[in-house]
Design a protein around this ligand. Structure first.
Ligand code: TEU
Length: 529
């Protein structure tokens, strides 16, 4: 394709519909709320929107338990509204990316309801992973696999009254599909076409490395791999090659959610006949440390170059502790298994670093995802225990805070009820007492706000062009690089202030320079070379 394909250097905004904006006042975000805020998104300057699942769902995992891909959940609106939203956004030059969750469906999906009724040994159960149990009376689970929701001791099998067990890597409400079955494969290609025909420009693929399982479903203890019995199996790539053929008919793109630390294996998903790109979670998980960040960036660019895929940078999403909070802690990295209640946090420090990280990320070659509220500098919220909804919390036996803290309904207007989220009643998750101080109408007029920084950075970001990055000599703890267009980015993570390169003009700074015009710690600048 042409070198200037939009998705190679796009800024893409993640919309978690439930918490973006409430258009009908019922306490839950919806498509009407998004449509009303399209001017805000256009002013932010984003190229596309990625919507977390908006389909019919019992909402047992925030919509990642899909009951019908061809229907919008009534809490969010209607299919007609979704089509209008896609068209209205496109009018503003904003493309739409939807979320597909191929690893599993909801236990309320018609396929699973039919499988329950049809009983053991039925063809309906072939679409999933049903097995008799082990032990004298089949009372033991078919194997020893651990749940994907970290910290949960529970296995990934649930037994039915008729004696069969069924597999679910996530919650029991999310039965895993059998990707060796031709009907499963055909249905998902039909789902892709359904949304591509409605003007969707791309698809985010959920849990993209998990779909294929060893058909024998062997114990992990016996067969740890490689190949692993259910992670990163080779059969996956046949699926993505067939999906790529469909996407190419519509000039649509894929972004994979591939949590895979092995960079060589990760790059296999990005081959020219597979996914266009995948989120770079190594960078997201990397601590706020100059050498670690530089290594992460170099590794990413090196792994993407041979396959010609652009990197996709991301600092947070609906699963990850918010950046402002993460960077204000002793451990500034991210690990699902390391989340705990009450971790000491310095929000002023975290915010300073998040501002610098925004300029670093937006200056790198590739695409960047901005998670709703990141542009407002929202911190991770402490959700009262009795209001927590996320199954990850409950499946961890209550030790993991879960992910609701990064999913709190957005603040739009400081003086309005519920910070202007749009509800006439308490929103589905409670907002912290200081939430109004982060409101859009409070930040829009403030040149020093996070919102102003993101708006200005996205506006002038094209100055970097879409050429490669060249590291510049810099003192320890300082990241400095130039892009082919001649512009530079310098980030100081060292204690001592850093001198700015000679013969450059300041374009944008994440914070004030010191009285001698030097770059203070945890501050970034963009310079014109
Ligand atoms: O998250 C995927 C996920 O949580 C696992 O892949 C995990 O991150 C990985 O194994 C590292 O431990 C996606 C969605 O983003 C999340 O919101 C859903 O809850 C989950 O899939 C199930 O659909």
């Amino acid at each position: 394709g042409q070198p200037t394909e939009w998705w190679r250097s796009a800024v893409i905004y993640q919309v978690y519909v439930r918490s973006f904006a409430d258009g009908d006042g019922d306490g839950t975000g919806d498509l009407a709320g998004v449509r009303a805020r399209l001017p805000y998104l256009a002013e932010l300057g984003v190229d596309a929107l990625w919507f977390n699942p908006w389909y019919l769902s019992p909402m047992k995992d925030g919509g990642y338990d899909v009951a019908d891909y061809r229907a919008i959940d009534p809490a969010f609106g209607t299919l007609a509204e979704a089509e209008k939203l896609i068209a209205e956004a496109r009018e503003l030059g904003i493309r739409t990316i939807v979320d597909i969750v191929p690893n599993h469906v909801s236990d309320q999906h018609p396929w699973f309801r039919a499988a329950l009724r049809a009983g053991p040994g039925s063809a309906e159960r072939e679409l999933f992973h049903f097995r008799p149990g082990r032990g004298e009376h089949g009372e033991l689970p078919p194997n020893d696999w651990p749940s994907q929701f970290v910290g949960s001791a529970e296995l990934v099998w649930t037994r039915l009254p008729d004696g069969d067990w069924y597999l679910h890597l996530f919650t029991p409400q999310q039965p895993d599909l059998n990707w060796a079955h031709p009907v499963v494969r055909q249905e998902h290609e039909d789902i892709l076409r359904f949304w591509f025909e409605r003007g969707v420009a791309g698809v985010r693929i959920d849990s993209a490395a998990l779909l294929a399982k060893d058909p024998e479903l062997p114990d992990l203890a016996d067969r740890p791999g490689p190949p692993h019995p259910f992670v990163d199996r080779d059969e996956l790539h046949d699926v993505y090659r067939s999906w790529r053929a469909v996407a190419d008919e519509y000039d649509a793109v894929f972004v994979g959610e591939v949590w895979l630390p092995d960079t060589e294996r990760f790059a296999r998903y990005l081959r020219p006949d597979e996914l266009h790109t995948a989120f770079n979670f190594s960078f997201l998980s990397c601590p706020w440390d100059a050498e670690r960040l530089r290594t992460s960036i170099d590794t990413t660019l090196a792994e993407h170059a041979p396959v010609g895929a652009p990197a996709t940078w991301v600092l947070c999403n609906h699963d990850v502790t918010r950046t402002v909070t993460r960077y204000g802690r002793a451990d500034t990295g991210f690990d699902f298994a390391a989340k705990a209640f009450g971790t000491p946090t310095d929000l002023a420090l975290g915010t300073r670093r998040a501002r610098a990280a925004a300029l670093l990320t937006l200056a790198l070659p590739g695409a960047v995802y901005v998670y709703q509220g990141e542009e407002l500098g929202l911190p991770e919220a402490d959700i009262p225990r009795d209001r927590i909804e996320d199954p990850m919390h409950f499946r961890s036996g209550g030790t993991d805070p879960g992910r609701d803290g990064c999913r709190v309904p957005l603040p739009w207007a400081a003086g309005a009820p519920y910070a202007g989220f749009g509800s006439h009643q308490e929103p589905w998750l409670p907002q912290p007492a200081d939430w109004a101080s982060y409101a859009v109408d409070r930040q829009a007029g403030d040149p020093g706000s996070m919102l102003s920084l993101y708006r200005e950075a996205i506006r002038i970001r094209p100055v970097f062009g879409d050429g490669p990055l060249m590291w510049l000599p810099a003192p320890e703890g300082v990241l400095a690089f130039a892009r082919a267009g001649g512009s530079l980015c310098v980030v100081n993570l060292a204690d001592a202030p850093a001198d700015l390169p000679e013969h450059t003009r300041l374009l944008l700074a994440s914070g004030p320079l010191d009285p001698e015009g030097r770059l203070p710690k945890d501050t970034a600048v963009w310079l014109l070379g």
